[in-house]
Design a protein around this ligand. Structure first.
Ligand code: DAH
Length: 338
């Protein structure tokens, strides 16, 4: 029995000294000193030994237990320090290395202008809606009081599709969709892409418009002037003069175009405003009774005003951009300026 104990002691201490990580020590401790460990077993069996052997074996076993524990603690301390040192070494931060620059994207100028405009109208209680990019001629023209033989159709440079549908030439057809599925009052703005077969430094075959529509029981021209005047002052500054010029659109009667004092020369005349002192910003008018009829509204019951504006045009004025194509080329040198 004594031999077995001594062997166990030597073997265990050897293993402890060889252990390279704390985990291994833990396993050795369980195997030898644990509840079912080898040394524990021997100690449990002491009672069964002869009276003569009992005190001798018990004493040796306890001494060995103490010794193993001591060696174990010593090694634990050593391994702990080594582990700490290793992790300190591995985790070293080289503060002289260059940092990682995180690149933050930014909004496209057309989106910046669109959200500015949307925000102004939201504050006046308009909600944002959408309409489809592909329309039939009925929604793009007829329902808006532009019959097939109407000269206004020529101005639209329409892209026709093989099946007779069109790419919408303006956001106005969204008025029809929304009024058809909503009972008045309607108070909406509709931002979206529009398409015209036209291309030069101020025209792109795809560009962006924002449509507005306010219909209720007694909406008047005064409200049109109030809302659009407020909008233009918010966008261009309260010091700017605004004028409403009579105009013509098939879907409104009366119709108006709204100008703001030239953003560049403040009205004294320059190349931007072609020496008129004014810049045209939007088209608007009181919704034509025929439009109400085509959506099933009673023109004796409701009135309303509508307006439409070009986002690129406003962005070009605000940021003094002279070539519309810059918006679509995704040249970072351009985009990073906003
Ligand atoms: N749809 C017109 C265009 O594309 C813009 C417009 C003018 C919209 C007057 C309107 C409006 O709603 O009342 O040129």
């Amino acid at each position: 029995m004594e031999r077995r104990l001594l062997e166990l002691k030597e073997q265990t201490i050897r293993q402890i000294k060889q252990a390279a990580v704390l985990d291994e020590l833990e396993k050795i401790a369980v195997r030898v000193l644990g509840k079912k460990g080898e040394l524990t077993d021997i100690l449990k069996g002491v009672g069964k030994l002869s009276v003569a052997e009992r005190p001798v074996v018990g004493k040796i076993a306890n001494k060995i237990k103490t010794e193993i524990k001591r060696v174990m603690e010593e090694k634990k301390g050593k391994l702990g320090i080594e582990a700490r040192e290793k992790s300190l070494k591995d985790d070293v931060v080289d503060t002289s290395l260059p940092g990682k620059r995180s690149v933050i994207g930014r909004a496209h100028p057309l989106n910046i202008i669109t959200s500015e405009i949307v925000q102004i109208f939201s504050r006046l209680g308009f909600s944002v809606k959408e309409g489809p990019d592909i329309e039939d001629e009925y929604h793009n023209f007829e329902a808006l009081n532009i019959p097939a033989d109407h000269p206004a159709r020529d101005m639209h440079d329409t892209f026709y599709m093989k099946n007779g549908n069109v790419l919408r030439t303006h956001t106005s057809p969204a008025q029809i969709h929304i009024m058809k599925k909503t009972k008045p009052p309607v108070k909406i703005i509709v931002p979206g892409k529009v398409y015209r077969c036209d291309s030069d430094i101020t025209h792109s075959p795809v560009f962006h418009q924002i449509e507005g529509l306010f219909v209720d029981r007694s909406v008047s021209v005064a409200e049109l002037k109030g809302v659009l005047g407020f909008f233009l002052h918010e966008l261009f500054g309260h010091n700017k003069k605004i004028r409403f010029r009579p105009s013509y659109f098939p879907f409104t009667e009366p119709s108006t175009e709204v100008d703001v004092q030239c953003v560049k020369c403040d009205g004294s005349g320059c190349n931007l405003c072609k020496n008129t002192g004014w810049i045209e910003i939007l088209g608007a008018g009181m919704v034509n009774r025929n439009v109400f009829r085509s959506v099933g509204y009673d023109p004796d019951e409701v009135t309303g005003f509508a307006f439409g504006l070009g986002v690129e045009r406003i962005a070009m004025l605000q940021y003094e951009i002279h070539d519309i194509r810059l918006f679509y080329e995704n040249d970072l040198r351009f985009l990073k300026q906003f």
